[in-house]
Design a protein around this ligand. Structure first.
Ligand SMILES: Nc1ncnc2c1ncn2[C@@H]1O[C@H](COP(=O)(O)OP(=O)(O)O)[C@@H](O)[C@H]1O
Ligand SMILES: [Mg+2]
Length: 352
């Protein structure tokens, strides 16, 4: 019997997810067909699937497209990467088709909470989960006042957007750097507070910011497979310089799992922490979707996308996932490289 899983438009890791599922299916000799879709001609992703589809751009056509595709190809499971909120809001309309839906959570409120870093921090604090102290800033005046007031004593300060992604907009305030630092070494993300404030005061409207103490690290990014708040498998990546150390124990690893459980995480998700000066991990954020680095975790022997697919297709039990993830893990060190692949402008596997 053929098992069919459909990966809809996601973020950067869709290729790694397809590769992970393919390799697991091959290893266990399961007949799994992978459907992949995207609104754009992302042929470097779509060509890896058994069957490729182009998603409609018009949101009003999305539900009909999903229902007709599920029916036509007898799809059993849908994984969404983008538009999680929309999908979760339409769960009741999608699941009667017979396809099980994964959006990152089973509750739109949790997806919304994950998208607001200040609300998330307050929620974690209310549950006694250690989280980076986070102050919301809505105006340049407010930021100027807060910086002058030193809300976190002598700890260095940093900011990021309340609803950010990809680390965009993160800046550390550092009075020791050159006034030109933001231009000459943008990747270091250090700026004198005064120049940041001047730029902020010059814009017409600003995106809300989170003001936090700067945490020295190291940083952990923990990729997990969860089902309705139950974490079945997890791999932590400790980031130090250019290297990432794959681990499956420790305080950050445990904290990340407690966070995922508290958020009712469902699917392939990611939690990030960073150690404070005393070495204690604090939560930074939860991404209710696969991280960009989920593919790196396979070097630990644990194939999270593969386990996800086998669960969604009803091929293994929760207990088997728990056992496999424990048994298969071995520590590993990885280094991320930017890669290049051949891009074929023609998709030979496209279906309607
Ligand atoms: N309080 C902090 N101290 C030090 N670094 C931080 C802090 N908050 C965020 N960062 C850095 O900024 C990056 C992006 O922040 P994060 O909360 O993961 O948001 P996103 O990934 O959604 O942009 C983190 O990976 C981390 O390296
Ligand atoms: Mg992040």
């Amino acid at each position: 019997m053929s098992h069919k899983i459909w990966l809809m438009e996601g973020l950067s890791s869709q290729r790694d997810i397809i590769n992970g599922i393919t390799s697991t299916a091959k290893k266990h000799n399961y007949n799994v067909s992978i459907y992949a879709s995207h609104r754009q001609s992302r042929n470097e992703i779509l060509s890896l699937a058994d069957h490729a589809l182009i998603e409609p751009n018009d949101i009003n056509q999305r539900l009909e497209f999903i229902l007709s595709t599920v029916k036509k190809y007898a799809i059993q499971a849908i994984h969404t990467g983008r538009h999680a909120h929309w999908f979760e809001a339409h769960r009741a309309a999608i699941e009667p088709s017979g396809a099980h839906l994964t959006t990152g959570a089973r509750d739109v409120a949790m997806l919304d909470l994950a998208d607001d870093k200040v609300a998330f921090a307050h929620h974690m604090k209310s549950l006694n989960l250690p989280v980076v102290p986070s102050l919301r800033v809505d105006s340049p005046v407010q930021l100027r006042e807060l910086i002058a007031r030193k809300p976190f004593g002598d700890l260095p300060l940093c900011v990021k957007p309340v609803t950010g992604i990809y680390g965009m907009g993160f800046w550390q305030f550092d009075e020791s750097v050159s006034p030109m630092a933001a231009f000459t070494h943008p990747d270091a993300r250090r700026v004198k507070a005064e120049y940041y404030l001047q730029a902020l005061e010059a814009v017409d409207s600003m995106e809300p910011l989170v003001l936090m103490p700067y945490l020295p690290g190291p940083e952990y990014s923990v990729d997990m497979l969860a089902e309705n708040g139950k974490v079945l498998a997890a791999v932590a990546r400790r980031k130090e310089g250019a290297l990432q150390y794959l681990e499956n124990s420790g305080e950050a690893f445990e904290l990340a799992q407690a966070c995922a459980a508290a958020m009712g995480a469902d699917g392939l998700i990611n939690v990030q922490t960073r150690n404070d000066a005393s070495g204690k991990p604090l939560l930074l954020e939860i991404n209710m979707r696969p991280s960009g680095g989920i593919g790196y975790t396979r070097f630990s022997g644990v194939n999270l996308p593969g386990l996800f697919a086998l669960r969604q297709l009803g091929l293994i039990s929760q207990q088997q996932v728990l056992d496999d993830a424990r048994r298969d893990f071995t520590p590993a060190t990885v280094r991320a490289l930017s890669d290049v692949v051949a891009y074929n402008p023609v998709l030979s596997n496209q279906v309607q």
